[in-house]
Ligand binder design. Structure first.
Ligand code: ADP
Ligand code: ADP
Length: 218
């Protein structure tokens, strides 16, 4: 069964804006789906509905993942906590015993290339490193579904290229189901196994394109 399924979903905001209309899709484990389209076509709304942060106005959203993680463009780290403590937060909220969550957080930071940076506070880290902490925090919970809202949009080009490679490697390792919003077609094509193109107001899916390759990349 797919991890995520939208069936004929409409989203109306209280302001009267219809952000989505007639949206149907499904995403399964091992699929990395990019979502592209002009500003205002409902990409972020689609992700918020997928996460359960917002409810559909009509139609159904079915998210069967035990854990869903959301990564935003702004890494939203807690400035008064070290990198390690930022990643441990997830385990604290879930009641994971201290030793176990320390181990998992250190492992997640190692996976994103931040071994040795555990005690650093966010302000001491570069933009790319902060984004890595944010990704470690998302992946430490072993999500079945990971949602990315333009996570690399604020990074310089070199750092963005590094992060794309990094994320692809993590995805190959963990094989969650992923939805990734981006303004960059090349980023979509590089990262994903499928590209969803949205357009219009209200936003609709106008194309759903499987890419002719799969992981691992040749
Ligand atoms: P995108 O991510 O593609 O730029 P959004 O999902 O952010 O598009 O927005 C889709 C439409 O819904 C836009 O017209 C936007 O102004 C509107 N919208 C988004 N969030 C809200 C909200 N909380 N209240 C009212 N309107 C909203
Ligand atoms: P990133 O590509 O992760 O943003 P940068 O390009 O900013 O990293 O920095 C390049 C390298 O410099 C990093 O991989 C890291 O080894 C080192 N570095 C960056 N910030 C710090 C820091 N605050 N303390 C120590 N080393 C750092």
């Amino acid at each position: 069964a797919p991890t995520l399924r939208f069936d004929d979903v409409t989203k109306d905001f209280a302001t009267g804006t219809r952000a989505l209309a007639g949206v149907s899709l499904s995403v399964s484990r091992g699929e990395f789906v990019s979502v592209v389209g002009p500003s205002g076509c409902g990409k972020s709304t689609l992700l918020r509905l997928a996460s359960g942060l917002e409810g559909a106005s009509a139609g159904t959203v079915d998210n069967s993942a035990d854990v869903t993680s959301f990564v935003f463009q702004d890494p939203t780290l807690l400035e008064w906590r070290s990198a390690q403590k930022n990643v441990e937060l997830v385990g604290e909220l879930a009641g994971v015993p201290a030793a176990e969550r320390r181990r998992r957080a250190a492992e997640a930071l190692d996976l994103v290339g931040l071994a040795g940076f555990e005690p650093q506070h966010p302000r001491a880290l570069s933009g790319g490193m902060r984004m890595r902490v944010s990704i470690a925090r998302a992946l430490v919970a072993e999500p079945g579904l990971a949602l990315f809202d333009e996570p690399f949009g604020a990074l310089d080009e070199i750092t963005r290229l590094k992060m794309q490679t990094e994320l692809q490697r993590l995805f190959q390792l963990k094989q969650f189901a992923a939805m990734f919003i981006t303004h960059s077609i090349s980023e979509a094509v590089y990262l994903s196994s499928r590209v969803i193109v949205m357009s219009g107001r209200p936003g609709r899916i106008v194309e759903d394109i499987p890419l002719p390759w799969s992981y691992p990349r040749p």
